[in-house]
Design a protein. Structure first.
Length: 224
């Protein structure tokens, strides 16, 4: 009997975590999905609705500005941002994800590339006017999240904007009681993206359209 793709995605993640390889499962999952043997739970076939909402509310003009999509997956969020005029770089640790993104968007103006959030290129330091992080930090085990958050914030240029979208969990839910992936972010974790010169300017917590008992953060930060 063929394994259910949803079950396969969870199995792939657990096998990598059991090998103490907390990021290796991304490639395994995207490669299996490319063969039709698994599904990528967060691959919606369209840009994330909260990113769509933010763009429709903020009307950002990317002309002459740069953007970075963290954990680009198959490219839908990057395509929305590049359409706003940004010189857009979109990266993922999974080569199969980047191959799929290029295949999905053959005429794209976005720059798709393989890179590791936990070890990003040195020339990305404070280099991007807009940084978009959706569901990447929460896909990492909780002990790795502070380091990942530090790297995300380091990407934002002076005067730049950081947009973070993540699943939410209550602050009183212990880490040990949170079985991932994903490992949703507490309000305290969302606030930890701030630095002395990177300020949280808007934080929304909204119910998921698919399940009103689940909530998602949309947080916007601005660097001095």
């Amino acid at each position: 009997m063929t394994e259910d793709p949803d079950v396969a995605s969870r199995r792939i993640a657990r096998e990598a975590l059991d090998r103490d390889d907390p990021t290796g499962w991304f490639e395994n999952l995207y490669a299996a999905a490319a063969e039709g043997e698994a599904v990528v739970p967060w691959d919606r076939g369209t840009a994330h609705q909260l990113l769509v909402d933010w763009i429709s509310e903020s009307h950002p003009d990317g002309t002459g500005r740069t953007a970075l999509i963290v954990g680009a997956g198959t490219g839908w969020d990057a395509e929305l941002v590049v359409d706003r005029g940004y010189d857009t770089t979109a990266f993922d640790i999974s080569p199969s994800a980047i191959e799929t993104a290029r295949r999905n968007h053959p005429a794209s103006r976005a720059h798709y590339m393989v890179a590791d959030l936990l070890n990003p290129p040195a020339d990305w330091h404070r280099a991007f006017d807009l940084v978009v992080e959706i569901y990447t930090v929460q896909a990492l085990p909780i002990p790795l999240q502070p380091d990942a958050i530090k790297h995300v914030t380091d990407l934002v240029a002076p005067g730049g904007t950081l947009l973070v979208i993540a699943a939410a969990r209550p602050d009183n839910q212990p880490d040990a009681a949170t079985q991932g992936p994903p490992w949703p972010l507490t309000r305290t974790t969302i606030q930890s993206f701030t630095t002395p010169d990177l300020h949280l300017i808007q934080l929304d917590r909204t119910p998921s359209p698919a399940d009103p008992t689940l909530h998602r953060w949309r947080a916007e930060y601005l660097r001095d």
